[in-house]
Design a protein around this ligand. Structure first.
Ligand code: ADP
Ligand code: ZN
Length: 766
């Protein structure tokens, strides 16, 4: 920790021999000032201050009291003369274990983020604020004093003998209660008034204490584990054996479980977790937030009973409660989205990341950590295996597995001899201007939908765009209606007749006249899920369907209600955005249609192709999961694009081999490490000016073999009124580059109205 001094005020005076033995606490602040600061610990707080507790300390010339995390304790040196003392201690117990603090320190360094900010991310707000609990005064049987002489014991016995029946009853009620009771609770339990309690307090037989308790004391409903697993097939067993060996020998190893959709990966996780739980340890399972459905959760709950689920809809009180359960070791498995990687299980035995290729494991606000990267560090430190599972592993993970850094476990076949569905592509280019192409659904897809439903099957249709029309354009002057705050075209939402910005939610009534030239006759074009829904209503008037996108899934529980309706067969066609593409396991789905496979292909992002491949492969995997088999139809303007062609052939290896070569040629990750800087401000010229100056500093500081591009306008060149410029750095010496970047960023201060961020290993390139 760098030592910084804050001694504007006269510090306390120390005797010389006092100094060396004095304890010094290094603290970090959640916001504002960066770096570690040292304080002395007053005698009365010496026992209370521990690494991982929060304390109040005076800061600055005004000695403003500020909350801080104690991150280190050391013996004082000469510097002590100049330090201020800690004012008070906030937490009775450390909120962070030493290993979690170490992990946070690693994140702070790797992602170039102040440690205090990382800690605020590692510790949920509900935990920091003790949400859902309050301080309560409860009654205890007074502990016999160990130091006291025997005659005290005799005294107690005499006292008890002198009690009235009622008083004795009260004492017994408290003695046999499994938890401490408040006075009111004790009165209820012992059927008495407050008088005998007062008497016992006066006699010193019982005493008061203040503790923190939950507001509601609903018992945790953990059903006992019931379900038995399947008999594993040969490939599952082989994968499990390797993982189990690592679990048993308590060593870290990263496994890449590459199993096609429906190959039974979850079953392998569950068996591996079984090993861990039987050994008295806990497992953490990360899944993408949208896969965190009750269906997923119940697979773990049915098997392990005590499961904590951490998702973004938990209230602060619920989150705090789950946290407390996890810390106490009362939970076997933690299932959660990205931040569950910080779950404070006392005895970690395994980490699983399902759908490891998903971009949502990266946090897009500071600290911009990737849960997979953090998981590797945590698993390494705690000497436990890490399983990365996917039907379409990220190129980075695949590359590491190929190079032997990860252990590759392959499950190339579906369970129960089910086959992967046949995939047909429809070349939309041939259809332009012909009558058959009116609407979003091609004639061949229409017929396939009809056939599937006639045969008693169900259909999933993917269109990865919300809204009705994706573009509103003036036919006279060509003006496209844009968001005034973002450089993004507005989407027409027909239900409410509004044009909406999908980035900032700016809304206007959908215009019938051009906002620029005033001429009537706006052309509404482009397809979103609302328009697809409209078309389905017209084409299949009698067939029940359901649309799933963020517009229809706003209310709590709507997601699950929709999936239940589909599972029960009340809904025949499920259409929606990527929300429906992943993880669903419905055996009766016999057809999957992709309305437009190209939507994401041309984004200015080096992972655009990879993402398209993933999406098509994942959605194709939703069919053929039952005895009726399945079929996939992909509509595209680019049937020969590798991302689409390889996905249509279920050829993951073909795709990655080609894509790896491309990345190597261009020096993209995993062949380099990337840092992305985004500089934003409301004044376009000034912001660009600062970005240029920063790029010069970077170029001067970096070795020549680093590749620096920009500044250039970011693909989203304006967002929420801010102009955005980005600079990209690709390097083969990541650690060296990081240290240089830290140095420059700590020495440079952007002008007040300009903000900058650095994104290490960026996923979002827009
Ligand atoms: P994945 O996660 O690879 O998509 P799942 O683990 O969800 O696959 O398995 C798909 C389906 O097959 C599930 O319904 C699961 O219960 C079932 N299953 C898994 N393993 C077996 C097995 N060995 N034998 C029969 N069915 C299995
Ligand atoms: Zn906007």
């Amino acid at each position: 920790m760098p030592q910084k001094s804050l001694f504007e005020n006269a510090p306390p005076q120390w005797e010389d021999d006092d100094i060396a033995s004095r304890l010094v606490a290094t603290v970090v602040f959640a916001t504002g000032v960066n770096g570690g600061f040292d304080y002395t610990i007053p005698d009365k707080l010496v026992d209370a201050v521990e690494v991982g507790t929060r304390v109040m300390v005076p800061l600055g010339a005004g000695n403003r009291l500020v909350l801080a995390y104690c991150v280190e304790l050391s013996r004082g040196g000469a510097v002590i003369r100049k330090l201020k003392p800690i004012t008070s201690v906030v937490d009775p117990h450390p909120l962070l274990s030493p290993s979690m603090l170490k992990l946070a320190q690693w994140i702070a360094n790797y992602y170039i983020t102040p440690l205090g900010q990382v800690l605020e991310s590692v510790l949920p707000a509900g935990v920091r604020g003790n949400a859902g609990t309050r301080l309560t005064t409860v009654l205890f049987i007074t502990e016999p004093d160990n130091n006291a002489a025997n005659n005290t014991d005799t005294k107690v016995t005499e006292l008890i003998e002198s009690l009235t029946d009622k008083q004795r009853q009260v004492l017994d009620a408290l003695r046999y209660s499994s938890e401490p009771l408040t006075s009111v609770e004790l009165q209820k339990t012992a059927h008495c008034s407050s008088a005998p309690i007062q008497a016992l307090l006066r006699l010193g037989l019982i005493s008061r204490r203040t503790i923190r308790r939950r507001n509601t004391d609903t018992a945790d409903q953990s059903p006992p584990p019931t379900l038995q697993g399947h008999t594993l097939n040969h490939e599952q067993q082989n994968a499990l054996n390797k993982i189990a060996a690592a679990i048993k020998s308590r060593r870290h190893e990263t496994f890449l479980l590459h199993g096609v959709t429906g190959s039974g990966k979850t079953e392998v996780y569950i068996r591996a977790i079984d090993e861990v739980v039987h050994g008295g340890r806990q497992a953490i399972v990360l899944v993408p937030e949208i896969s965190l459905t009750p269906q997923t959760v119940s697979r773990f709950r049915d098997r392990f009973g005590k499961v904590a689920v951490l998702h973004s809809h938990l209230s602060d009180a619920q989150r705090h409660h789950e946290w407390t359960r996890i810390v106490s070791g009362d939970v076997n498995v933690v299932v959660g989205a990205r931040s569950a990687i910080f779950a404070p299980v006392p005895n970690l035995g395994l980490i699983v990341i399902d759908e490891e290729h998903e971009g949502s494991f990266k946090q897009e606000t500071a600290p911009r950590y990737h849960a997979r990267t953090v998981a590797r560090v945590r698993a390494g430190d705690e000497k436990v295996p890490l399983i990365l599972g996917s039907a379409t592993p990220s190129l980075e993970s695949w590359y590491h597995a190929k190079r032997g850094k990860y252990t590759l476990l392959s499950m190339p076949r579906r369970v129960r001899n089910l086959v992967l569905p046949a995939v047909d592509t429809i070349d939309l280019r041939n259809e332009i201007g012909t009558k058959t192409s009116s609407g979003a659904i091609h004639r061949k897809l229409h017929e396939a939908i009809k056939r599937a439903i006639d045969d008693g099957g169900q259909v999933i249709l993917l269109l990865n765009r919300r809204g009705f029309n994706t573009q509103i354009q003036c036919q006279s002057c060509g003006e496209v209606v844009y968001c005034p705050d973002c450089n993004v075209a507005l989407t027409h939402h027909r239900e409410r007749e509004i044009a909406v910005c999908h980035y900032c939610d700016y809304q206007i009534p959908s215009p019938d006249k051009c906002p620029k030239c005033g001429m009537p006759g706006m052309r509404y074009s482009g397809f979103g899920t609302q328009r697809l829904e409209h078309e389905i209503k017209l084409r299949f008037p009698d067939i029940p369907f359901l649309r799933m996108d963020t517009d229809t899934m706003r209310s709590p529980g709507s997601h699950e209600r929709a999936l239940t309706a589909f599972r029960e067969g009340n809904v025949k066609i499920l259409l929606g955005t990527q929300m429906i593409a992943k993880g669903l396991d419905f055996p009766n789905v016999t057809l999957v249609g992709v309305i437009n496979a190209d939507t994401a292909l041309h984004l200015p992002d080096f992972r655009a192709s990879e993402r398209t491949f993933h999406l098509i492969t994942q959605v194709a995997g939703r069919t053929g999961r039952g005895d009726k088999g399945g079929q996939v139809i992909v509509q595209t303007f680019q049937p020969n694009n590798p991302a689409i062609a390889y996905a249509a052939n279920h050829d993951y290896k073909g795709f990655v081999n080609e894509e790896v070569t491309l990345r190597q040629t261009l020096g993209y990750p995993p062949f380099s490490a990337m840092f992305r800087f985004v500089i934003r401000g409301t004044d376009e010229i000034k912001t660009f000016g600062f970005a240029k100056q920063f790029a010069v500093q970077l170029r001067n500081a970096m070795e020549k073999n680093n590749k620096i591009s920009g500044p250039a306008p970011a693909p989203l060149s304006k967002l929420r009124t801010f102009y955005r410029f980005h600079i990209q750095l690709q390097t083969k010496q990541q650690e060296q580059a990081r240290q240089q970047i830290k140095k420059i960023m700590s020495e440079t201060k952007p002008p007040n109205e300009i903000q900058w961020i650095v994104d290490v290993d960026p996923i979002d390139m827009l």
